[in-house]
Design a protein around this ligand. Structure first.
Ligand code: P6P
Length: 335
């Protein structure tokens, strides 16, 4: 009897990867499956957001000074729940939490990994049904196994990630994750409630024709950034254009498109906010890791995002990320 094994589920894929890596313990595979489970639970509520009492604000303000959406809290709790009750994570850092959460129990203290995540990025778009997402990065802890993890386990440069990924709750729900071995995308099949391999070995095209930036801030950007944006607007067929501008205002959606179709996404600093808006640890580092594994580049304008030494869980950095050749041209303006 021939069994149709053509479409691998996330669980099957991560188990296959685990079997191919000598001395692997399976902890990372289990951790990715845990995140997939949380994503499925978040997806159920996101998909019916208008029908359940999860629209709107909680009335609280998070560490970022932003109004907390009810769905932010729900998504945050789902991720903490699966990671705390799994056996692969010693603790987490979240956009929604002022400080790290240490899962100080015997099994968790034996776990090799810590996870940083933004449980629901773009949540301001929830009420208008625009795609939103979950972003995560996985680090091998530096502290002693058997003891609780600590803040130094989290304040590592992005180059230290062992895996990073995101979930985009869009026209379909996809989980995309990268390890050093490659970037793979899984589409949720509602019929079986499983993420199924739909985009194996994703490569970011070296060139693209889409530039993604909030033009509303144009006159607040530094001159080199203004000059590069103007260069994008002037592209013709002769020099790889014409370019088009696409900006959804939801990082996961804009960067998923950039990864798949090529292009460049920018959230530069402004004269008033030179560090920009996006957070290094759980927004920029995961995407920088993913795009680099896929052949693209990510920079803060002067250095690789993944080389930035973090000093605070919630620090912000300017972000330029996307197709290699477009990034090279963009960075030539920054120099
Ligand atoms: P602006 C969403 O709030 C977010 O953090 C990212 O998902 C998105 O790319 C960015 O902010 C949009 O910010 O200032 O352009 O509205």
């Amino acid at each position: 009897m021939v069994i149709n094994r053509r479409v691998l589920t996330l669980d099957e894929f991560t188990l296959q990867a685990f079997r191919q890596i000598p001395n692997a313990t399976g902890e990372l595979s289990a951790l990715l499956r845990d995140i997939g489970l949380a994503a499925k639970r978040i997806n159920v509520e996101v998909n019916k957001i208008g029908l359940v009492d999860l629209l709107g604000e909680t009335g609280d303000v998070n560490v970022q000074g932003e109004e907390v959406k009810k769905m932010d809290v729900f998504a945050n709790n789902q991720l903490i729940g699966v990671l705390k009750h799994g056996v692969s994570c010693a603790g987490i850092g979240s956009e929604e939490m002022d400080d790290i959460v240490v899962f100080d129990d015997e099994l968790s203290n034996q776990s090799k990994y810590v996870v940083m995540f933004d449980p629901l990025d773009g949540s301001a778009n929830i009420d208008t049904n625009i795609s939103i997402g979950t972003i995560f990065g996985v680090y091998r802890r530096k502290s002693t196994l058997g003891k609780p993890c600590d803040r130094n386990d989290f304040l590592q440069p992005g180059v230290g990630q062992v895996a990073a990924g995101y979930v985009v709750y869009g026209s379909s729900t996809m989980l995309v994750y990268a390890t050093r071995r490659g970037v793979n995308g899984f589409t949720l099949d509602p019929a079986i409630g499983e993420f199924c391999l739909s985009h194996p070995n994703i490569q970011c095209p070296a060139d693209g024709k889409i530039y993604s930036v909030n033009h509303g801030n144009f006159f607040k950007y530094e001159k080199p950034v203004q000059e590069y944006i103007t260069c994008c607007q002037k592209k013709t067929e002769k020099d790889g254009g014409p370019y088009t501008n696409r900006y959804i205002g939801s990082m996961v959606a804009d960067l998923h498109r950039t990864l798949i179709k090529g292009g460049i996404f920018m959230y530069p600093g402004t004269t008033k906010k030179p560090a920009g808006k996006l957070r290094l640890m759980y927004e920029c580092n995961p995407f920088a890791f993913i795009i680099e594994v896929a052949g693209g580049k990510a920079s803060n304008g002067s250095q690789r995002i993944v080389d930035v030494q973090p000093t605070d869980l919630h620090q912000r950095v300017p972000l330029f990320i996307g197709s290699k050749n477009m990034m090279d041209e963009c960075l030539s303006y920054m120099e």
